[in-house]
Design a protein around this ligand. Structure first.
Ligand SMILES: NC(=O)c1ccc[n+]([C@@H]2O[C@H](COP(=O)([O-])OP(=O)(O)OC[C@H]3O[C@@H](n4cnc5c(N)ncnc54)[C@H](O)[C@@H]3O)[C@@H](O)[C@H]2O)c1
Length: 253
């Protein structure tokens, strides 16, 4: 699909990979809606790129329904959805203190990363099918998994499970929506410099960067956004997960 003039929703667009994607889409001429639970940061970035921010928690069915109505009344039916909202907890199955991983923490990661992704993509698609196709396509959904879906590290049981759930739903959802001419793709990023990463010291960031075979550094959010752009414009990309990771395969820690 050509991006110019289309309405695009970016969840988690207030920060990191989502913010870079929102900037890219705006620069390509899209009308951008940032959907984030962080209203202050979402609104500031939306203003900076000439878009709008709608505040919602992706796990909340009604809040997402309301946000999609708000988005549509601002900019018309959205044809692009990029799911970047997510959290990355690090908790071992049994802690040093001998206590098991709190089930509530496990559920929360699954709820935000996996259920939240499905909640908005299903509601987005249900609204979009009433719109006329543009040529051979009606719209595109891009989800964000992680290389942890394949090489989950120590402390990543919940995170890796949530992300492999996103990998798992990519093909069946693409098949479900094929008749509606809506494509579904997932990106599995390696390690990118975002606020999620900036919490670590420079030494830790450098050491993580050196683990990437080539190029031997952390990924830049603009490089993630560039893959989103390529996916949107290439109609043959559908039902697949693309690792974006400089060939890194994560070790146990
Ligand atoms: N940064 C990395 O190295 C990396 C690597 C692999 C995968 N990812 C994935 O990419 C995505 C974006 O990561 P990032 O590094 O940009 O993170 P980030 O923390 O910079 O941004 C995440 C955004 O999601 C929003 N958010 C979180 N929970 C939400 C909810 N329930 N409802 C609505 N908004 C919510 C936050 O407010 C924030 O704006 C995440 O899904 C993350 O797991 C990141």
């Amino acid at each position: 699909m050509q991006i110019e003039g289309l309405t695009a929703i970016v969840t988690g667009g207030a920060s990191g990979l989502g913010a870079a994607t929102a900037s890219m889409l705006s620069a390509e001429g899209a009308k951008v809606i940032i959907l984030d639970r962080d209203h202050e940061a979402g609104d500031a970035h939306a203003r900076a790129i000439g878009g709008r921010c709608v505040t919602a928690d992706v796990t909340d069915e009604e809040a997402v329904a309301k946000a999609l109505v708000q988005a549509e009344s601002a900019f018309g039916i959205a044809r692009i959805l990029v799911n970047c909202a997510g959290v990355a907890p690090s908790i071992k199955t049994v802690g040093r203190d001998g206590n098991p991983h709190k089930l509530g923490d496990f559920r929360r990661a699954i709820e935000i990363n996996l259920v939240g992704t499905f909640n908005i993509l299903s509601q987005f698609a249900a609204r979009l099918i009433s719109a006329e196709p543009l040529g051979e396509e009606r719209g595109v959904i891009v989800n964000t998994a992680s290389v942890a879906a394949y090489d989950g590290q120590i402390g990543q049981a919940a995170y890796a499970a949530s992300k492999s759930g996103i990998v798992g739903l990519t093909l069946p959802v693409a098949r479900d929506l094929a008749r509606e001419k809506i494509r579904v793709m997932t990106i599995a990023p390696g390690i990118f410099i975002t606020p999620m990463m900036m919490g670590f010291s420079q030494a830790v960031q450098d050491s993580l960067g050196q683990q990437v075979p080539h190029p031997s550094r952390l990924g830049r959010p603009e490089e993630y956004a560039d893959l989103v752009r390529s996916i949107i414009v290439n109609p043959m990309l559908n039902g697949e997960v693309i690792r974006l990771d400089g060939a890194i395969r994560m070790g146990p820690r």
